[in-house]
Design a protein around this ligand. Sequence first.
Ligand SMILES: [Zn+2]
Length: 493
Amino acid sequence: MHRRLIAPGALAAASLLLAIPASAAEASPGAPGIGDPYYPYYGNGGYDVSHYDLRLTYRPSTDELSGTATISARTTQSLNRFNLDFLLDVSEVRVNGNAARFATSGEHELEITPKSPLAKDTPVTVVVRYSGVPSTKSAYGFTTWHRTPDGAIAADEPEAAWWWFPSNDHPSDKATYDVSVAVPDGTQALSNGTLQSTSSQRGWTRYNWRQNKPQATYLTTLALGRFDVTTATSDGGVPVLNAYSKDLGDNDGAARASVERTGEIVDWLSGYLGPYPFSSAGGYVPNTTTGYALETQTRVYYSPKQFAGGSNTSVVVHELAHQWYGDDVSIAGWKDIWLNEGFARYAQWLWSEHEGEGTAQELADYTYASHPADDPFWTVAPGDPGPDNQFAAAVYDRGALAVQALRNAVGDETFFAILKGWPKSHAYGNASVGDFRAYAEGVAGRSLKALFDTWLYDTVRPAQPAVASARGTAPVRPASWTKIQATNDVHGG
Ligand SMILES: [Zn+2]
């Protein structure tokens, strides 16, 4: 994932100084941020998006992207102005069919002033016509648009959308998508969900993708390049579509040996997490120089570096576990990241046990023993790590320790009921760490406050868990440790 510092503050005051026009006494501007304390300008206030329709054209040789976004939303307040998050060059905006005024502000704000104010709780259609070269755009001094020798990809966290479509860029506003991209013949355009159709004319091929379940903006991906595509159906009936850059070099074999296990792993995870929540599964491995993997919904992004050391099914397990913990049930705010990473890491521990390379308890014991009491590792609270530590190792490893502590506290039967019941209880929605605690307490039939405080919020090393201390000997490093830690490093980079 992306890791950098954002120094918010000055811009907020500037935006708030803009006066509300007297002519629209009841209508007011939507906030420039959705209200996430980690990222004050991510997302926007005043409306909720239900669908993005993106019709685009891309030229790999020049990295030019152009097209139209049609956004279906509903107002949550009376609006005389509202924002989208976007970096490319806008030539026209229409709101409910009428031309609208627009301007840019801040690092990534597109301010839209409709011809007349929008009433609260009414449907609104926004059309944005745009073009640009994404690789030339930056916000806060960085870009997450990744050029490859044969095209580009959009896959990053917590921000990726700004470089290719205007959005309400926060996981709390999920929507369905139709992504249609025309590329020169021989190049492919990959996105989330199912490939509905392709058409070719005059040297261009258009790919039409549909995501029919709610999807967070950061989980929306675009891959443009030359790929070898494989398709299959898992024993459990899940259609699988994977794609590999034609230029993966020495990593090609290991990438395929890992990602081609997708259907098997989806079915195996379903045993713990419930039925797979989406109409398609799969992953893609473009020829990027980045190091991380990302759980982009239904179509996981893997850096080829994931497979530089040989096959790694553990990272496939991690990203596919996110399809339930992160994609189906998405975080309410970025502070809730433990709900994603603690459980995706724990799924790797379960896979290790399945593969006979160390049980979850053995991994927990070794993880605990690996971090002495004065290790800064314990100063990161996975339940609210702060933006600078959002993807710190502790969110993953201490996060999974918290899951193991929960398992030991409530017993296997209750624990696995919680693990499987949670995605169903908040299917296609959003939830916070507090919501998870309430759900777990409901299943367990008792308060878990002390356990959550100790493992998710205290900034000191918890006392050694009883299960581990009973063993009395130093834990041995499980065989799966290196592969799991390799995915850990990758997430942090
Ligand atoms: Zn993850």
